[in-house]
Structure formats: C-alpha cells, structure tokens
Design a protein around this ligand. Structure first.
Ligand code: BMA
Length: 336
C-alpha cells in the first residue's frame, strides 16, 4: 500500500512573486476561463510565454482548449496577443495543451500534450513565429509532459517524458483500492527530434519521499556549473481528500521537486531535494482553482545575475512566478 504523505511546505529560498498570479483569464482578450501550465523562454530579445487556455461555459461546462501567446520585456508584466496562436481539433485530435518551450541552436522547440481518440500523445514541434508549428514527432500513447534539454548532448537531442504504464505499475491507495497510476520520469535521445530511443528510467516514484503516485518532468532543464538543474512534478494521492475545486472530488496534490543531472550523461542523477521545492500554500495555489493544490512548473530561466525564474501553473487556474538563487537550488540537491 502507498504511504500517506502529510503536510508539505516550500523552503525559504523560494520567493513567490508579489504580483502573483502573473497571468489570469482576465488578462486574455478572447474567451478564457483558466490560464495555466505555460511554457516560457527568452527568445529573440524578449520573454515569450505559450500558455494553456481552457474555455468553459458560465455554468462550468468544458468547451475548448487552445494555446495563447504572451510577450514580456521583464518576465513579470505580460501582454497577451489578440488571438490564440494554436489549437488542433479534428476527427482524431481533441486538443493540444501544456506547452513547453526550449531554445536549441537558436530555434524554438515546443513540446506539448495531445489528447487523441486513441490515447494521449507527446508532441515535439519547431516554430519560428509561434503561429506555424512544424511537427517533428508524436509519440505512441500514452506519454506526455515532454521537455527538451536546451542543447544537444553527445550529439543527441535529449528529452524527459512520462509514459503511463497502466498494467505494470498498479498500486493501492490508502483506502485499499487498486489505483492504476504509478508513473515515473524517463529520458530518451534522438538524432533529429523525429526518431526517439535509448530510453531509460530516470526518476521513479519510490525515489521521491513526497510522492506516492507519480513523478514526471516539469520545466525544461537549465545548464549550471554543477549539472543540469531541473524541476519535476511529484504527485501524492490521499483517498480521504474530497471535493476541492470544480470537480466532484480531487484526491491528488501536485508539488514541484528539484534535481541535478550529470552534464555529459543526464541519465545520471547527481542529486535531488528530499523536500518539495514548491508545495501548494499560497491562496492562489490552494483555493478557488479548477483543481486546488496543484503546482506545475513549465518554464525555468537562469538569469545572468544567478536568479532563477520558475513559472508555474497554480490550481490549474492561473500562471505564477517564483524566484530563487541558482546556488541555493543546487545546494538543495543531495545524492540519492
Ligand atoms: C494532469 C494534466 C495537467 C494538470 C494536472 C493536474 O493530468 O491534466 O495539465 O495540471 O493533471 O490537474
């Protein structure tokens, strides 16, 4: 049976931005109900954000998901473009969401999740203008939460991802019922962004003291003098949790974790924090959202000053920013 995880808090080195939430549906000049799980990068001299925009009716019936585009000069004050920049809906594809941005060799790569009638797929695309997306690959189901490293390593593109092994990783939650959701973070390589292989397990649920359900990628990694610094999402489930958000019941909590991977061989974890990096505590993380108690980083930027900006979706409802010093983040990562 899975362990029960108790109260969790964020360390003092994490500073939530006083202007949080930085972006909400009120900032969007077209139909918008929930703005969250954005990818953020510095590209061509400014900050760019590609955000997930979910649209509901006034009586909270789901209608649509598209991707919105916003730009900023300082990474804090954002202005949203007049129209959504991407959506994909046809006989097979239901929606695209949770975009992640990586600038590799001057090109902007976008990873995203695709819900299809035959399963959840992870996509990788290239774009120059955030309106035209040249799709490089779509995984077989079920896989998503993909993020790309910002440069080739040993001649390969490298990505983190979270496949869904529903038959082999069944666990029981504390009420004793089988629960088909024990998913881990994997790493794969590609010579060209199209063909992916050399897959290895990177981080398992059992490695993370504050998870009992699933762990997977969050924001794309950043390069530091000590290794690739990367956030991950860590989920714990507790059957005693009831209604908490718009849905009839929400039994999970999503925290952000942080780990350090070897520069030459990112398949090796150098260190990991045993405590969450960001646990849901602020009101916009824990109350009034679509699913409360969800922290989901999608963008991480290392500034020349050593400040790290971590952009995260909060409560599946709004987009937020937390900052920390890069040395403090590295110091949190202890050998497994
Ligand atoms: C996952 C995805 C994410 C979301 C999370 C928490 O399954 O849908 O986009 O943030 O659940 O609800």
């Amino acid at each position: 049976m899975s362990k029960v995880i108790g109260d969790l808090t964020s360390p003092d080195i994490i500073h939530r931005h006083p202007d949080n939430p930085l972006l909400t549906c009120k900032d969007v000049p077209y139909p918008s109900s929930l703005v969250f799980n954005a990818g953020v990068a510095k590209y061509q001299g400014r900050y760019v954000m590609l955000f997930r925009n979910d649209v509901f009716t006034e009586d909270r019936k789901y209608q649509d998901t598209n991707l919105g585009l916003a730009f900023s000069d300082d990474g804090v004050r954002w202005s949203v473009e007049p129209q959504p920049c991407f959506s994909w809906r046809d006989e097979e594809v239901e929606r695209v969401y949770d975009p992640r941005l990586s600038v590799i060799d001057g090109r902007c790569a976008v990873c995203f999740a695709v819900d299809t009638r035959h399963g959840l797929r992870g996509g990788v695309a290239l774009t120059e203008d955030f309106h035209h997306y040249d799709i490089q690959s779509l995984s077989v189901p079920d896989n998503r939460n993909m993020v790309l490293f910002p440069e080739k390593i040993g001649g390969d593109y490298v990505r983190l991802e979270r496949p869904f092994p529903v038959y082999s990783r069944v666990h029981t939650i504390p009420d004793g019922n089988p629960y088909h959701c024990h998913f881990d973070c994997w790493i794969s390589r590609s010579p060209d962004l199209k063909y992916w292989g050399s897959s290895e397990l990177l981080l398992a649920v059992e490695d993370v003291p504050f998870a009992n359900d699933k762990v997977g990628p969050a924001a794309p990694p950043v390069k530091t003098h000590s290794g690739w610094l990367t956030t991950f999402h860590a989920v714990d489930i507790d059957a005693s949790r009831g209604k908490n958000g718009w849905e009839p019941a929400w039994r999970k909590r999503y925290c952000a974790g942080i780990m350090l991977l070897d520069i030459e061989n990112p398949e090796r974890i150098i260190g990991l924090s045993r405590e969450p990096l960001i646990a849901p505590q602020a009101s916009y993380e824990a109350e009034g959202g679509f699913r409360n108690n969800v922290i989901f980083p999608g963008g991480m930027i290392l500034e020349d000053s050593g400040e790290v900006k971590i952009y995260y979706g909060a409560a599946d409802a709004v987009e937020c920013l937390a900052t920390a010093d890069v040395e403090d983040l590295i110091a949190l990562c202890h050998p497994l």
